[in-house]
Design a binder for this molecule. Structure first.
Ligand code: C2E
Ligand code: MG
Ligand code: MG
Ligand code: MG
Length: 281
């Protein structure tokens, strides 16, 4: 039977869908293996005080290079981890590793090295894992005070079940960590729930930051977020600061902290420690 144009297109589409499902499954399989065999690692991006340039904290970001040497971006593998449930062991590993790395820096410094480390939490992890227990154990095992850890969550974590999330965040806060709202301005959380939750810090999404000097709308949004944060008593971090000028503008607008290529790319643990010594003395 001769195929119509429409069914050919449909066939091409379904072949494509099948290919991408296969690719996803292959990635899931090798990600599972990577987690088991400890093939993931964390890099650390400095978050600096915009006024002084001192390092205030580091954000821990997951990296994965497979056996063949191909590197995958977390933008690709985190969604696969979330869909497959692998985000639970991956997330535990990230919390443990970040806490251990920071404790190692304290040890080398011979004292509290003066910074904290921020770890990203997926909404799936917050829903499925006993996150307070995981965080508490990681802190204990590393011998780290709770305030040395920051936990970054996204607006989507709250929308699903705000009341449960309020309880989870309270139990996390009781352990001492700072709670940060990541990528702020890109989600749909309502401001009332934001005010009810124990959130200490807003991270302004980089989509408003990077090109802000050439876009008045972006500046307006950044200003609005900064004044909201101030009204709610929250600190602010701008992400995606790629030029010194953007950093200076944000400081002038009243933003406290920033991260981005203008300061440093995400660094291997050893380089991050060296950066800390150089910047903070
Ligand atoms: P995020 O938490 O918003 O992290 C900031 C992202 O912005 C990082 O991308 C960082 O490398 C990038 N970035 C920093 N400064 C600049 C800049 O000046 N310009 C530009 N263009 N980009 C900059 P990365 O490392 O690719 O991570 C992407 C996302 O993957 C993260 O976004 C986070 O949502 C997720 N992710 C990474 N590691 C983990 C993890 O361990 N657990 C979870 N749940 N998510 C993670
Ligand atoms: Mg983050
Ligand atoms: Mg972010
Ligand atoms: Mg982001």
């Amino acid at each position: 039977m001769k195929k119509s144009k429409g069914s050919k297109a449909a066939e091409a589409y379904s072949t494509q869908a099948l290919d991408s499902a296969r690719e996803e499954f292959a990635m899931e399989t090798s990600l599972r293996r990577a987690i088991e065999n400890d093939q993931l690692h964390l890099v650390f991006q400095p978050i600096c005080d915009l006024a002084t340039g001192r390092v205030e904290s580091f954000e821990a970001l997951a990296r994965w290079t497979d056996e063949g040497g191909s590197a995958y971006s977390p933008v690709r593998f985190i969604p696969v981890a979330e869909e497959s449930g692998l985000i639970v062991p991956l997330g535990r590993w990230a919390i443990d590793t970040a806490a251990r790395t920071l404790a190692g820096w304290d040890q080398r410094r011979g004292r509290d090295c003066g910074v904290s480390v921020a770890v990203n939490l997926s909404p799936i992890q917050l829903q499925r894992d006993n996150i307070a227990e995981v965080v508490g154990r990681a802190l204990d095992q590393a011998g780290l005070a709770g305030r040395r850890l920051k936990l970054e969550l996204t607006e989507s974590a709250i929308i699903a079940d705000p009341e449960r999330m309020a309880r989870v965040l309270m139990s996390l806060k009781a352990l001492g960590p700072t709670i940060a709202m990541d990528d702020f301005g890109t989600g749909y959380s309502n401001l009332a729930s934001l005010q009810k939750l124990p959130i200490d810090l807003l991270k302004i999404d980089r989509s408003f930051v990077t090109g802000m000097l050439h876009d008045r709308d972006k500046v307006a949004i950044v200003r609005a977020i900064l004044s909201l944060a101030q009204a709610l008593g929250m600190a602010t971090v701008a992400e995606g600061i790629e030029t010194v000028e953007v950093g200076q503008t944000l400081a002038a607008l009243g933003c406290t902290y920033g991260q981005g290529w203008a300061y440093a790319r995400p660094l291997e643990a050893e380089a991050a420690y060296a950066f800390l010594l150089e910047r903070n003395g």
